[in-house]
Design a binder for this molecule. Structure first.
Ligand code: DX5
Ligand code: ZN
Length: 216
């Protein structure tokens, strides 16, 4: 499968969100990555349901929602109502991960589990068969524009090995500090989806950067 690109709207111009989403609609982006933060699970607050609601009316790309919040299971119906394609919950935020993953799928969404940089992939041994995607954080969640954590490449490889060994087709998405150089290394290690925030939106030609990430 050709890899997918999911630009993160966190780095977009929030005064002109409609224009930014229309640019993504016309671009080679596969999904739009949306970062929801609660100021508790991560030390920052981003945006919430009112923004997701309006985005759904403009976006022609599937919405990849990344919840950096405690107790994400409380909001499965609300996220489903925004028309989200994929709902990612953090491993570290879910006491009953299997129940949460099942509920996300019952609500009609693809289910993703996200790992913080310090959480080892082997903790997924008994849940990976039930998830559609694993989202590996290659920075500590909470902010855009941070430095890529180099160990994420080895972690991607370890996860890919686990997926292959089990004969699964679980997707691997990587999020944080992605650019042409880190993106290439992640793809070689087995990543399927690259999230990129600042690298896309802070460039003079975001559409071209997305096209070039797609060609890596
Ligand atoms: C960070 C978010 C990311 C963020 C990535 O907590 O999960 O999606 O937008 O931003 P960059 O690509 O700038 O590291
Ligand atoms: Zn994210």
């Amino acid at each position: 499968m050709k890899h997918l690109i999911a630009p993160s709207l966190l780095a977009a111009d929030f005064l002109h969100l409609q224009k930014e989403v229309e640019m993504l609609n016309e671009s080679a982006a596969d999904w739009i990555h949306l970062d929801i933060m609660d100021g508790v699970f991560v030390p920052n607050i981003s945006f919430g349901f009112p923004i997701l609601e309006v985005l759904k009316t403009v976006s022609r790309k599937p919405l990849d929602v990344h919840l950096m919040i405690v107790e994400p299971q409380k909001f499965i119906q609300e996220i489903a109502a925004t028309g989200a394609y994929l709902m990612n919950v953090h491993y570290e935020a879910c006491t009953h991960l299997h129940r949460t993953i099942s509920a996300i799928k019952e609500a009609g969404m693809k289910a993703g589990v996200t790992l913080n940089p310090h959480t080892p992939v082997h903790l997924l041994e008994d849940i990976i068969q039930d998830v559609d995607m694993v989202l590996l954080m290659s920075v500590n969640p909470g902010y855009g524009g941070q430095k890529f954590i180099d160990h994420s490449v080895a972690k991607t490889k370890a996860l890919k090995d686990m997926i292959t060994r089990k004969g699964l087709n679980t997707l691997i998405e990587v999020d944080g500090g992605v650019n042409f150089e880190t993106g290439k290394r992640l793809l070689e290690a087995g990543a399927d989806v690259l999230v990129a925030g600042s690298f896309v939106f802070k460039s003079p030609d975001p559409k071209q950067v997305i096209a070039d990430l797609k060609k890596l």
